[in-house]
Write a new protein. Sequence first.
Length: 362
Amino acid sequence: MVIRYLLITVFLLQLGQSLLAQGQVFPGDANADGRVNQYDLLPMAYAFGANGPIRHNGNGEEAEDILALWSDAFPDGTNYIHADANGNGFVDLLDFGLLYNNRGIIHDPGDQGAPQVFVSSDEYNVILNNGENIDPTSISGVLEIPVFVAPLDPENEINGIAFEFSWDPAFVVSASFEYNPAWMAFDGQAVSYLHADDEHIQFSASRLGSDPMVGGGLLGTLSVIIIEDLVDLMPSDPDITIPFVEVGGISSFDGDFVPLQTGGQPLFFNGISAVSSTEPEIQQIQATIFPNPSRAEVNLQSQQGFQRIDLVDMLGRQTNLYRGPELRSYTLDASDLPAGNYFLRLQGTAGFGTYRFIRSAE
């Protein structure tokens, strides 16, 4: 009998310590990091459909003490109870409403470390404008920037991603982001988060439950309004580049809710050559390259057909890759290329198109 009482006492102490470690639940703070923002969409979406004990005193506006944990937890130990924003015992669409309502609230201003950012990663990269710098002389008003999520390995899987755009107000008047649901939400089984202010755009998108996407795709389009006298601010040196849009604070997870190494690089303006014409080069063949950077396959998809494609290195050496019947897509095996910058030059009945890609280091 004494042993039984001791076992019960030990169990209650362990339960109490576990509850104490979890602290409180704040509606919308699904990752329990003390604030409500785009990163909370990822665990909430992953836990979608889970259920556990009801919190009877939940009102959606205040933190609540945890009286009973749920049976499931995320790999980092955070209990699923934090994903149940309204306390009804289910992670459902109602919880996302409280996430949006409480966004921006910091209820625990403790040590808030930003998600780790990899400039170029081994798993995924967020690619702006196909990895191409922007020629300042080619811009008039609004700049439309495609945003791709690109895997280094086409078999990589991603369940959700969150990040933040920021920009230099010396060059950018304002910016907006239009989400493309045709990739991650192709079947309607995904959710997204978007919040913008004068200096940042916070965004996240995730599949519902553990249902990862294989490979990558077009996440959306970033529209940037550029100042009128941009050219006057650019250095008269084509070798100088100026960053003006950045994607940072990237956090992403696979189908087991294990963090992925996901990189992102700024978007740059090129300097202006003092001897060259200010007339922009027109890309007569519109194409997209992904993943970029890559150390294996590089995929090219074109809106117009092409009959020839050449590879050009930074020394101007040209190698013909294809010449024949019209194509609209092409896959290059870049695994044998030395690391560095390259160009793919397309030629077709519509004209020419030249696109840069980076062969990343091993």
